[in-house]
Design a protein around this ligand. Structure first.
Ligand SMILES: [Zn+2]
Length: 233
C-alpha cells in the first residue's frame, strides 16, 4: 500500500509539475507557488523600522502621510521583478497573496498597528475589465488579514487610466494625476487611519493623488505601503 500511495503521489507530481514562480525549480510537496529558498532570498528593505526612509521621503513636502514603507527592493532582472511579472501579467494572483501575507507578518509589531482599514489603489474600470483583476487587491487583502484589520476595495474610484509619465515634466505630471481618484464611499474612511496599498512605487505620484483624495475626507490619516520600490544601490 505504501508503494502505491508513493507511486500515486509521484505520479500526481509528474502530471502536475509545479514549479516555483520565482526561480522555476520544482517545488517540494510542502511548498506552494514560491519555494522556501526564494522566500528567504527576498531583498527586504527593512524600511518599516525607519519612519524617515527613502519611500517616505518621496512624499515629503507634497502630502502629509503618517507612515510610508515598501517591503522589497525591485532590481532589474531580479527575483522581485520576476514575481511581480508573474502577478501582473501572468495572472498569478497567489504571488500577491503570499507576498502580502509575508509583508503583513513583518509589519505586525511596528508603526502600522494603529491602521484601521487597508485599501488597495484601484485600477481604472477599463483596465480592470481588460486584465480581469487588480493585482493590488490580493496584496491588500492578504496584508489586512495578517494584520487583523478590515479591508475595503470600494472606497476609492479611479477616474482615468494613468497616462505614461516618463516624458512629462513635473507640472504636467501633477496635472496628469490631479483628480485622478475620487472617494465614492467616504463612510468607510471617516475618522479612520487608512493604509493604502500599491504593488510598486517609483515617483509616488499615483499614490500621492490617491492619498490626497482620501485625506479630503473628514478626520482621515493615510499611510502607504507597497510590495516593492527601486533599490537605491
Ligand atoms: Zn524559487
Amino acid at each position: 500500500m505504501a508503494e502505491i500511495s508513493k507511486y500515486l503521489s509521484d505520479f500526481s507530481h509528474l502530471a502536475f509539475p509545479f514549479n516555483c514562480l520565482g526561480c522555476d525549480n520544482t517545488l517540494d510537496e510542502n511548498e506552494q507557488s514560491i519555494c522556501d529558498h526564494c522566500k528567504e532570498s527576498l531583498p527586504q528593505t527593512r524600511y518599516w523600522e525607519y519612519p524617515d526612509n527613502q519611500v517616505a521621503k518621496l512624499f515629503w513636502g507634497k502630502i502629509p502621510l503618517t507612515f510610508a514603507s515598501s517591503y522589497l527592493f525591485f532590481i532589474k532582472d531580479g527575483l522581485v521583478q520576476q514575481l511581480m511579472h508573474q502577478l501582473k501579467y501572468n495572472g498569478k494572483k497567489e504571488v500577491g497573496a503570499i507576498l502580502g501575507q509575508l509583508f503583513g507578518r513583518v509589519l505586525k509589531d511596528g508603526h502600522f498597528t494603529d491602521v484601521d482599514v487597508v485599501v488597495p489603489v484601484p485600477l481604472h474600470a477599463d483596465k480592470l475589465k481588460k486584465r480581469g483583476f487588480n493585482q493590488c487587491d490580493f496584496i491588500a487583502a492578504a496584508l489586512a488579514r495578517e494584520l487583523d484589520k478590515s479591508y475595503n476595495n470600494r472606497v476609492v474610484q479611479r477616474l482615468r487610466a494613468n497616462e505614461t509619465q516618463t516624458k512629462k515634466g513635473r507640472y504636467e505630471r501633477w496635472i496628469n494625476v490631479k483628480e485622478l481618484f475620487r472617494v465614492t464611499e467616504p463612510q468607510f474612511v471617516i475618522g479612520k487611519h487608512v493604509l493604502l496599498i500599491d504593488d510598486v512605487v517609483t515617483t509616488g505620484s499615483t499614490l500621492e493623488a490617491c492619498a490626497d483624495a482620501i485625506l479630503q475626507v473628514q478626520d482621515t490619516k493615510v499611510s502607504v505601503a507597497t510590495l516593492a520600490c527601486p533599490s537605491p544601490y
